[in-house]
Design a binder for this molecule. Structure first.
Ligand SMILES: Nc1ncnc2c1ncn2[C@@H]1O[C@H](COP(=O)(O)OP(=O)(O)O)[C@@H](O)[C@H]1O
Ligand SMILES: [Mg+2]
Length: 278
């Protein structure tokens, strides 16, 4: 049994409300940072960050603009590799394996750690092809029933009912909120373990944003969600724990979300949350 299955089996569901009881579960670390530094040329964007991110929970990352939230997220699935001047020092591990070890294939890593961006970015292709894309480039299209996999991903992204009769139409013809759910379907189709989301609702209207928030609550049943948001109410609503980064790329506090918002240790966190700066 994989650790994923083991952890799944510990999920208890409150039948009456349908809400999960997140207190009664183990919290195995899936992503672990130790003294992580990230530089762009001479500029340091992440400074000595250490953090254990637990499986099957929502971890929010908040902090003022430019404090390194996106950089941290991109260091988890090595999207920073694509930026020439970017340099990473320290440890960033996925299930105990340093993702910067020489024998790690970044493509294989990104199969396990998918990503959703701020602006919905469907490909100029059909809805079906958008979702099938990941499976096709991984050469898995022959191994799985593609129709079935596409339907499962669209259901998982709470989009199936809205698009099942028009799978051949362009992903770009959907509304913004539907496009973002399509991008989530595309991210989950290859069955990753972790989904990174960088301000996934900030380009959406409140109704569409709220659908994504509901969806995130469902996604953590199967995946680990790490979400950057500049919306503190959103972090408070949807996350289990919250990391607060401040200018200079320092992780100032990381704790249960209720603690961060109601009783933070660090005065700077309190000031940030109460809107004194940022
Ligand atoms: N591609 C890049 N090249 C050079 N500097 C960058 C790049 N991306 C981000 N930075 C710098 O790194 C710091 C952190 O940026 P970022 O991670 O985007 O912050 P946030 O997501 O919290 O707004 C900023 O000072 C930013 O200017
Ligand atoms: Mg950012």
């Amino acid at each position: 049994m994989s650790t994923k299955d083991a952890d799944q089996s510990l999920i208890t569901t409150d039948v009456q409300t349908g809400s999960r009881d997140r207190t009664d579960r183990t919290h195995e670390t899936v992503v672990k940072a130790r003294n992580l530094d990230v530089y762009y040329g001479d500029e340091q964007a992440i400074s000595g960050v250490s953090m254990d991110i637990p499986e099957h929970e929502v971890t929010a990352i908040i902090g003022p603009s430019g404090c390194g939230k996106s950089t941290f997220l991109r260091s988890i699935n090595r999207m920073n590799d694509q930026i020439d001047v970017c340099r990473v020092e320290g440890d960033l591990s996925f299930h105990g394996k340093n993702v910067y070890d020489e024998d790690v294939d970044p493509v294989a890593l990104r199969r396990k750690v998918g990503q959703v961006f701020q602006k919905p970015n469907p490909f100029p292709k059909s809805i079906y092809d958008n979702v099938a894309y990941g499976l096709r480039i991984q050469g898995k299209a022959d191994e799985v029933d593609l129709d079935d996999a596409v339907e499962r991903a669209l259901r998982g992204a709470a989009l199936w009912d809205e698009v099942k009769d028009k799978l051949d139409s362009s992903g770009l013809d959907l509304s913004g909120g539907q496009q973002q759910r399509l991008c989530i379907a595309r991210a989950i189709a290859p069955d990753p373990e972790v989904i990174l989301m960088d301000e996934p609702t900030s380009a959406l209207d409140p109704v569409a944003a709220s659908k994504i928030e509901d969806l995130i609550d469902e996604l953590v049943e199967e995946y680990t969600v790490i979400i950057v948001t500049h919306n503190m109410q959103q972090a408070a609503r949807i996350s289990d724990q919250t990391a607060v980064f401040l200018t200079g790329g320092e992780l100032v506090e990381f704790d249960e979300t209720a603690t961060i918002f109601e009783d933070p240790d660090d005065d700077r966190v309190e000031d940030y949350i109460t809107g004194k700066f940022g």
